[in-house]
Design a protein around this ligand. Structure first.
Ligand code: 1BN
Ligand code: ZN
Length: 325
């Protein structure tokens, strides 16, 4: 009874509000609802995603250039392609150029570095090589070996630029990963060794908190084993992320050891991981072409690396985990 009387009073009060004012408030409420709904849907849409169709397009272009050994006109053309693609994204690639002694004489080498600033100056590097191994007996176009890392990094640059980054990201296109003659002694990893030495000298290595290397990630039959040289916490984050995404059929629990561009970073104390599928039938053969690789494999690696970043950012930002506080 008392409630009914209260309702009647409220209704009477509402009736007193002029119709114009009511309309005004209804419009304000409707606009507010629209703003909230569109903000929610924009934030859901704007979570940038790795797009393997774009990566595949880059891979096609890079493979079409042909064999791209260090010091060749073709690798110069590849560099132009990478720089042009990054420029189209509004990103500038900085060249780190030098000449190095190899078993075949002096070779001109160039690393390309793109920096995407984040909230912190602490950095994570995502790296891969863009040279292909020199074979004189056959044309080696390295669709997975050299091509996939190049295509991956260009597309990853687009994604990181669209992402709100807690840390600064350096995407490093490494030259001269491949042996000029044979993988022993210093005839390999020219680009990563040069980058690390230069960063030690200029003091910038201190801000580099982790390094993720991608190499040969487009195998149609993707199977990436854990590299035992790689830093355990970083490997765990990536493989656990893959497991959480039900992708353990690609990021396998089995272990292996691989010598690659991560070793100079590890030797300098930078936590590093090599994401590499070495169980690749076409490895260092004329069959490492587009037929042997798939966009889906690059998508898997792109999704897993991207989904791993928040945990990596959290790990390196936690004071007790910091090596150089
Ligand atoms: C990766 C791609 N590597 C060369 N091309 C490094 C490597 C060298 C891996 C020897 C295994 C054995
Ligand atoms: Zn190779």
């Amino acid at each position: 009874m008392r409630r009914k009387r209260a309702e009647t009073t409220i209704n009477r009060e509402i009736a007193k509000i002029p119709e114009k004012t009511m309309k005004y408030f209804s419009v304000i409420i409707a606009i507010s609802v629209l703003i909230v709904v569109s903000a929610i849907s924009t934030s859901a849409q704007s979570a940038p995603k790795f797009d393997s169709n774009r990566a595949w397009g880059h891979l096609q272009q890079v493979v079409a250039i042909g064999p791209r050994p260090a010091g060749s006109p073709a690798i110069e053309q590849t560099r132009k392609y990478i720089k042009d693609q990054l420029a189209a994204l509004g990103l500038k690639a900085v060249e780190q150029a030098w000449d190095d002694e190899t078993p075949l004489g002096r070779v001109h080498l160039v690393n390309l570095i793109v920096t995407i600033p984040g909230a912190s100056k602490d950095r994570v590097a995502i790296t891969g090589h863009y040279d292909t191994k020199l074979f004189r007996e056959f044309p080696f176009v390295g669709a997975s070996d050299g091509g996939s890392s190049t295509a991956f990094l260009i597309e990853f640059a687009r994604v990181l630029k669209a992402r709100r980054n807690r840390l600064t990201y350096d995407l490093i296109f490494l030259d001269g990963e491949e042996a000029v003659v044979e993988w022993r002694g210093k005839d390999n990893t020219y680009g990563s060794r040069h980058y690390v030495e230069a960063a030690k000298r200029d003091g910038s290595l201190k801000s580099l908190k982790a390094m993720i290397l991608v190499d040969m990630i487009a195998d149609r039959d993707l199977g990436i084993r854990r590299d035992s040289y790689s830093t355990p916490w970083l490997t765990d984050i990536i493989w656990n992320t893959a497991a959480g995404m039900k992708l353990s059929n690609y990021f396998l629990p089995a272990a292996t050891t691989v010598e690659d561009d991560h070793l100079p970073f590890l030797a300098a104390g930078v936590p590093s991981v090599d994401i590499i599928d070495l169980d690749y039938d076409a490895w260092h053969t004329r069959r490492d072409t587009l037929d042997a690789v798939s966009a889906r494999s690059m998508q898997v690696v792109g999704d897993v690396v991207l989904a791993s970043l928040p945990r990596i950012e959290q790990h390196v930002s936690t004071p007790s985990n910091r090596q150089n506080p």
